[in-house]
Each structure stands twice: as C-alpha cells, then as structure tokens.
Design a protein around this ligand. Structure first.
Ligand code: NAD
Length: 463
C-alpha cells in the first residue's frame, strides 16, 4: 500500500471519529485559515512574486488574500443557516408526515489546484469543504513551487494533518492523487487535465467538481460606451498577466467599430498599467514561449499586431491586440491565458452569437451595452458558466454568486452556499406519521396489497 493510500485511510478514520463537527468547530477551523494568511501575508506576497518573476503585492492581496478572507467571513456568517434542516412540503395525502433535507459532510475531500491564483484556488474550496464539515487534503501545483511549498509549511503550522493537509509534487503525484477514493474530488485546472481527472474519478465513482478553463468571449453591442468597456476589458485581460480562468479571451464587435475600440484599448492599457511593476509576468519560460508561439502563428496567417503598451525591458512580453485573425489560428483554437487580445469583426449580434455557439461552452460571457432586449437575447441563445454585463471578472469575487462552468468549462459550482452544498450530501429525510396517530392511512398503507376498492380510490385521487 502506498503512502498516499495510507494518508487517505488516516483521514477517513479521523472523519469517522468526528462525522459531524459542530458549527463552533467548523467556524474555528475557518478562522484559523484567516489567522494563517493574516500572520504570513507579507511572505505569501513574496513567494507568489518569486514564482511569477513579478507580481505586485497589491494584486496578490486583492485577488487572493482578500478573496480568501471574504469567503471565510461569508461562510462563518451564513454557516448556521446552511447547516439547518431545509423543510420539504408534503403532498396532501401524506400529511402530517414530514420531510426535510439534512446537509451531511461527505467525508474526505481532495482538492487539486492550479498555479495561476495559487493561494485562493486552494484555500477557497478548502473553506467551503471545512464549512461543510469535511476533512480536506490539498494537492497544490508544481508550477508555482515556492508558493505551494510555503503554503504546505504554514498549513502544517496551523492545522493538524488530519484536519487539513497538503501534498506537493508533479504530474505523477497528481495522477495518483486523483485515483484515490475520495468522498469528493474538486479539480481546478485545464480542460485537458480535467478529462484525465474525470477518467480517474470514474473508477471509484468519486463525486467530482471540475472548474476548468476556456475561451470567455466579450460581446460589444453597438450602443456600448467604448471607452468604459475598453477600461474594464483591459483590467480583466491584464490582471495577473492575463492568466485568469475568467479573463476575457477575445472580443466580438461590429467591423466598423474596431478602429475606435483599438484606440480606446491602447489608451486604457496606458493609463491602467503605466507602472511596469504592476504588470504580472508569465509564470515560467514555457508559458512565455507559448504566448510568443500564439502570436507568431497568428501573424503568419495574416493577423495584424497592435501593442497595448510601449515596448520595455521590464516587460518580457508586451501585451498586444490582434486584428484580422483567421479562425483557424491557434490563438482562436486554444484558451489564450495571457496578455493577447484578438478582436474579431462581426456584422451583427446574431453573428456574434453564432460565433460563440460554434465553440466550446465558455466559463463566462461578457457583454457591454445598454439594450436590455439584446442582452436577454444573448443570455437565452448562448450557454456559458455565467454572463456578466458591463464589467469583467467581478462575478468571481461575489460570494453570493455560484462560480462554475458548463460543458468544456467544467461542471458543478462553489463560492458561498454553492460551495457548502457541493461538499455536503444533501440528504432527504422522510418521517412518516399518521393523521391523529391513525396507522390505517399512514404513509404507504393505502397502497398495500391485496388491492381493493380503496386502492382504486387512491389511484383515482392520484390522477
Ligand atoms: P493544469 O490542468 O495543468 O494543472 C492543474 C493541476 O492539475 C495541477 O495541480 C497539476 O499538478 C494537476 N495535474 C496535472 N496532471 C494531472 C493528472 N494527470 N491528473 C490529476 N491532476 C493533474 O492547469 P494549470 O496550467 O495549472 O492551470 C491553468 C488552467 O486552469 C487554465 O485552463 C485555466 O483556465 C484553468 N483554471 C480554471 C479555473 C476555474 O475556476 N474554472 C481557475 C483557474 C484556472
């Protein structure tokens, strides 16, 4: 038996000893997550910066630590009500029987996280899983090794390994981890790896959440304020160097509006990211080479390049716009996950909808404009994890909004109550009672054989 299997058994035993932790115990564990990031905030910013080569500490505090604190605060505030039994109303003929949903911890939860937001994408699902009363085991990414190693150390300081523990290591470890018989497996990462994880989970019928990637489009309606749209798109595209699962991937806009939009985007990039220290770098050389390859492939197929910022030795890669991109360019086939922004000309919103529907279902669709009818039309004619009108990214920072994909962008959701429910078994309980204590009419009694006139009356009544 290997070490991972033994660790799982220890966690299972720990869960069996405490199958239903109280509100107070769950709250205290969540508070410890917050105490941990509070204590080591500066060091966490430093290790993330070291992993990326450059990531401003404000960006790490905003997109990771503030999000973890917010998730913890929201969970603590609402946990009592999430844990309460949820009444189910009974049909007339079964009253006064009672039914309710009882949220029960699933047991031992495995969480596999990526490198792009290496703190929050590990700790926010962990908070949801702890809130739901589970034991939690994290497998952190090998592509952000300093942050993963540091998180493993501080989690070891704040948590008993049978409450919350960490495994680091490369793809081999990740594969073995995904083959363990968890009571729930939660994976955040690429669609390609998601498929492997799903195959591994199938052998144990492990319940699975997949938080994957994809190409989240932006649709700009004719009546949009281009300057405002451009600023919000640049924010969503360039934060974390474009390495955000819900970053706007490409823009769809009427052909004739492209020159004005391009100017607005360049203007917005210049004013938002004029300080080079605020532009996050690629996670590693492999990622940088991928971006360079996407651009040279697009160029070789006729695309035009417009830099978003002046060239600078401080930017290993200058963010850029691509126009006249052919649909078979790599940049339109793969998730970009970097500071490259293709603009695709369309002749109507209907055209844009057709374009989106010709591709895999994305994690988000962004829409800019005023015409509510056009927005409603887009919402009903496309499929995506979510739709955000007149901004980017912000939906991921609102705990009340479930976060997740559909189809190739994932399955299941978390954040807020969606996270609690994901890591709970929502168990229906039925307590059968007879009217005034009379057993003759109680529960299934009227349906019992031998069948007679009463059964016939029941069938007529049920029609
Ligand atoms: P990745 O799929 O390469 O790796 C993610 C994790 O999977 C890592 O911890 C890795 O060790 C592990 N892994 C690798 N091979 C595995 C295997 N065979 N079995 C099990 N686990 C394995 O993804 P990445 O490059 O780290 O992250 C970028 C991707 O993640 C992008 O596609 C992005 O859109 C997506 N993402 C999605 C979300 C979301 O919430 N939907 C958030 C962030 C990133």
């Amino acid at each position: 038996m290997n070490a991972l299997q033994l660790q799982l058994e220890d966690l299972q035993q720990a869960f069996a000893h405490e199958p239903s932790p109280s509100f107070a115990e769950r709250k205290e564990r969540i508070e410890r997550v917050v105490a941990m990031i509070d204590k080591y905030e500066d060091n966490l910013c430093k290790v993330v910066h070291a992993d990326f080569g450059n990531r401003h500490s404000v960006e790490t505090r905003l997109t990771e630590l503030a999000m973890v604190r917010q998730a913890a605060k929201y969970a603590i505030k609402h946990l009592k009500s999430w844990m309460k039994m949820r009444d189910i109303s009974m049909p007339m003929h079964l009253k006064p029987s009672k039914a309710w949903i009882q949220a029960q911890p699933k047991g031992v939860v495995g969480i596999i996280s990526p490198w792009n937001y290496p703190i929050q994408l590990a700790l926010i699902p962990a908070i949801s899983a702890i809130a739901a009363g589970n034991r939690v085991w994290l497998k952190l990414s090998e592509r952000s090794p300093r942050t993963s190693g540091y998180l493993a150390t501080i989690i070891g300081e704040f948590f008993h390994p049978l409450e919350l523990c960490v495994t680091t290591g490369g793809e081999d470890v990740a594969r073995d981890f995904s083959e363990l018989a968890f009571d729930h497996l939660f994976f955040t990462g690429s669609t390609a790896t998601g498929k492997r994880v799903m195959r591994a989970a199938a052998d144990n019928l492990t319940p699975l959440t997949l938080e994957l990637g994809g190409k989240s489009p932006v649709v700009i309606n004719d009546d949009a304020n281009l300057e405002d749209a451009a600023t919000r798109i640049i924010f969503g595209k360039l934060i974390n160097g474009g390495q955000t699962c819900v970053a706007p991937d490409y823009i769809l806009i009427k052909h004739e509006l492209i020159p004005e939009l391009k100017d607005a985007l360049v203007q917005a990039a210049g004013s938002l990211f004029k300080d080079p220290s605020e532009l996050t770098h690629s996670i590693d050389q492999e990622q940088l080479s991928r971006w360079q390859q996407l651009v040279s492939d697009a160029r070789s197929k006729g695309a035009r390049v417009t830099p978003l910022l002046p060239e600078s030795e401080n930017h290993p890669f200058t963010p850029l716009i691509l126009t006249q991109v052919t649909p078979h360019s790599l940049v339109m086939q793969e998730e970009i996950f970097g500071p490259i922004l293709p603009i695709i000309g369309v002749s109507s919103q209907e055209d844009a909808i057709e374009f989106i529907n010709s591709k895999d279902r994305p994690l988000s669709i962004y829409w800019f404009g005023k015409d509510k009818k056009a927005l409603r039309h887009l919402i009903s004619k496309t499929h995506s994890g979510s739709v955000t009108a007149n901004d980017t990214l912000i939906q991921a920072g609102i705990e009340q909004i479930p976060f997740g994909g559909i189809g190739a962008s994932g399955m299941g959701a978390y954040h807020g109550q969606a996270g609690f429910d994901t890591f709970s078994h929502l168990k229906p309980i039925l307590q059968v009672r007879g009217l005034l204590g009379i057993k003759a009419w109680m529960g299934s009694k009227l349906a019992h054989p031998p069948y007679n006139k009463t059964t016939e009356r029941l069938l007529r009544w049920l029609r």
